[in-house]
Design a protein. Structure first.
Length: 180
């Protein structure tokens, strides 16, 4: 299912477990925030085709963190630069997916001044949130209705999660776009 968030932003929801994938379309750039789990590969491709895009039209991917349910489809996007706040895949539940050539998230932010990237550890050490205008993409830090991401993984830290949640309270945004 595709939901329009704003004129340039669409959310792709899937039937199987995996993250929501957000598409941000600009005249010279098609950005995905997260790529969902392998179980959603066909539905992700189909959604892109519905939007008159193919995987080769995606030139930027931002990963909110390294869990499989947000990263497993990066191999579909051979033309994309991949940005994140981690150096390798952290495996928690499924087989490890190697993510190569991750560019530092700071280099994306410096090229795109309309975006503010904030490091928000807690769910994982490498979590980030992305703010674009009045929209906050929160990954697995915070969900609708006040739910928060799990902190019972080996790489989680409840104290850092609490600090990240307090930081989010200081941000001004109108639309929350969570990872699930």
């Amino acid at each position: 299912m595709i939901i329009q968030i704003s004129p340039e932003i669409k959310a792709m929801h899937f039937q199987n477990f995996g993250s929501i994938v957000y598409l941000l379309q600009f005249p010279s750039q098609n950005i995905l925030i997260d790529t969902s789990s392998k179980e959603n590969e066909k539905e992700l491709i189909s959604s892109l085709y519905t939007l008159n895009l193919s995987p080769k039209n995606i030139n930027t991917i931002i990963l909110t963190h390294a869990h499989y349910d947000h990263t497993e489809n990066i191999n579909l996007f051979s033309n994309a630069k991949i940005y994140g706040n981690f150096t390798k895949q952290i495996n928690t539940d499924h087989t490890q997916t190697e993510i190569k050539n991750i560019l530092p998230i700071s280099s994306f932010e410096s090229l795109n001044p309309n975006f503010k990237i904030h490091k928000t550890p807690g769910h994982t050490q490498g979590d980030i949130i992305i703010q674009y205008k009045n929209i906050l993409f929160s990954g697995d830090i915070i969900f609708h209705d006040g739910y928060i991401g799990r902190t019972d993984f080996p790489e989680s830290n409840q104290q850092k999660m609490n600090q990240s949640l307090e930081f989010i309270k200081t941000l001004k945004f109108d639309i929350l776009c969570p990872g699930h």
